[in-house]
Design a protein around this ligand. Sequence first.
Ligand SMILES: Nc1ncnc2c1ncn2[C@@H]1O[C@H](COP(=O)(O)OP(=O)(O)OP(=O)(O)O)[C@@H](O)[C@H]1O
Ligand SMILES: [Mg+2]
Length: 152
Amino acid sequence: MRLSRFLMILKSKRRKCSVLRLRRAIKCVFPQDITRVLLNLISNGFYAATKRKAEAEGDGYEPTLVASTRSLGDRVEIRVRDNGRGIPPEVKEKMFNPFFTTKPAGEGTGLGLSICHDIIVKQHGGSIEVDTQPGKFTEIRVTLPRVTALIS
Ligand SMILES: Nc1ncnc2c1ncn2[C@@H]1O[C@H](COP(=O)(O)OP(=O)(O)OP(=O)(O)O)[C@@H](O)[C@H]1O
Ligand SMILES: [Mg+2]
């Protein structure tokens, strides 16, 4: 699914809010950073699900990516879940390191999650958690304070 279509669907779902509404919910210093985080997470999910599909060889596997948001009072939660290849423990340990990638040479920089970590944790005082089962799914859970003091 193309990203523009995906974001339109996100916008139309009840209890799931658009990137714009999300930006308003979080009084962040650099709103475009939140878009960048979402794009990185969604792109990883699409990649993992597409790879699993390619390996599935017509066994009825349907690549699925779900993004949702939820209010936690003074915090906002964003979840991005895919039913792709999942993440083995040895990759999970290193996946936030700059330049760490399992993609073939030339396909990925390995900077996507490192940038997400910098934006969410270092700049906005939020958190990122990973729940995954190899071969089944990955869910990235981001939480952000609604009002962020700039952390240098
Ligand atoms: N949703 C996911 N499912 C399975 N593996 C993932 C997922 N998200 C991240 N990973 C693993 O973490 C690694 C690092 O991710 P990161 O986004 O930092 O870099 P990348 O996706 O490899 O490269 P780039 O973001 O530049 O395209 C990936 O190579 C992959 O092994
Ligand atoms: Mg990536």
